[in-house]
Write a protein that binds this ligand. Sequence first.
Ligand code: ADP
Length: 514
Amino acid sequence: MALAFDEYGRPFIILREQEKKSRLQGLDAQKANIAAGKSVARILRTSLGPKGMDKMLQSPDGDVTITNDGATILELMDVDNQIAKLMVELSRSQDYDIGDGTTGVVVLAGSLLEQAEKLLERGIHPIRIAEGYEMASRIAVDHLESISTKYDVSRWKRSLAEIAVKAVLAVADLERKDVNLDLIKVEGKVGGKLEDTELVQGIIVDKDMSHPQMPKRIEDAHIAILTCPFEPPKPKTKHKVDIDTVEKFQTLRGQEQKYFDDMVQKCKDVGATLVICQWGFDDEANHLLMQRELPAVRWVGGVELELIAIATGGRIVPRFQELTTEKLGKAGLVREKSFGTTKDRMLYIEKCANSKAVTIFIRGGNKMMIEETKRSIHDALCVARNLIINNSIVYGGGSAEISCSIAVDAAADRHPGVEQYAIRAFADALDAIPLALAENSGLPPIDTLTVVKSQHVKENNSRCGIDCNDVGTNDMKEQNVFETLIGKQQQILLATQVVKMILKIDDVITPSEY
Ligand code: ADP
């Protein structure tokens, strides 16, 4: 088995055994599968934690992504091996359910596979290992619950994290403990500094008024939100219109103009002071809109229109005839803001009727930075949302894993059967997280882990973890490093589930051309 890189620098896995054989059975199958899973985990291991390294990935069309987000790395890696794909799926599930902890879950699964391999070599049947892992995971999940504490979300204070919390609190339904993240728009624009990132109470759209002479600021806007074309109907190509005289041409033109003029009038009649349209309109129509003093914004995407409709309490109008006063959205202020000396402009829709929709507006030196910040914000939003749904937390920096490892190890003694080896192996596998965190921070992994572990036992303190940032204390409560209880539990459950699944495969049949 080897890890190779293609011409774009993306890692991929070559399984030697599979080059020759089209079928792997029994222990060979398990070993090959474990090797594939482990190699994916190894790639992510160095990205774990606050000092984790970034990966640079280039797509076939030349787009470069720099990230240390596990789910994103795996998404872009384009792995070809089926087991490796399961690991990608694993990270995706964690992302889908929890939104954070996507690197950790893969590292844990890799470590569980590594321990399983050792047990297989000692002749323990894979089913016994799977059962032992299952028991151990339940012990660990219960133990996490017992060391968890409650956390008050509004205590969070650190620029981006604070913005994420404020955004989630703005859209949260605290009574029903429900958060609709769709109401938070994350928008970015190259330029400025990361610190300029702000939370806007409203919607920002990367568009400007369709004509430079339209007003840049509209107070108390009544907005027509159109998904139908805002221009005279175009003659279809299969119809034939004979125009053989100048008069006929002018009549047709006049009719067209009148048609559009009527549309503009209709907007004005229902009380619209701004039109936001999914479609474009030509220069002539644009000019007319300017003359008739009806500001308009064109080419606004469907998702954005929906958000604008929600925020302003308006209705999307799919057929022009259906436009009525009640369907207009309302915003206290719509303004165009320009950035720097460039012609870059964006539209701010603020003081909306339904104040629940907000935008996090990210600034940064380049596109890659903005994209990575978007991913961090996504994680932070998910954590804040999870805390509103359930505000139980466990401490991070590997402390929860170390505490679980000790608890699971102790439980192994109570199991007389062969499973005890698997349970103990599970305990060892949990150590992979603090070990990786220490290693990535430039600390001697084994020494550091030993010291911290003995602190857990001697001081009965489950909050001790790896002091990655060299703060001077390894009490994660003092460092304010924590993770949600449900996130950590989900990591353990998902990792166990996928490893059990891999262990139960004893026959790999691939098409013979492999
Ligand atoms: P994931 O994608 O799994 O969330 P991260 O790269 O975000 O991966 O790393 C998360 C791990 O790093 C967790 O185990 C977390 O407890 C730990 N961690 C985060 N910040 C710190 C810190 N300041 N000190 C120690 N550990 C930390």
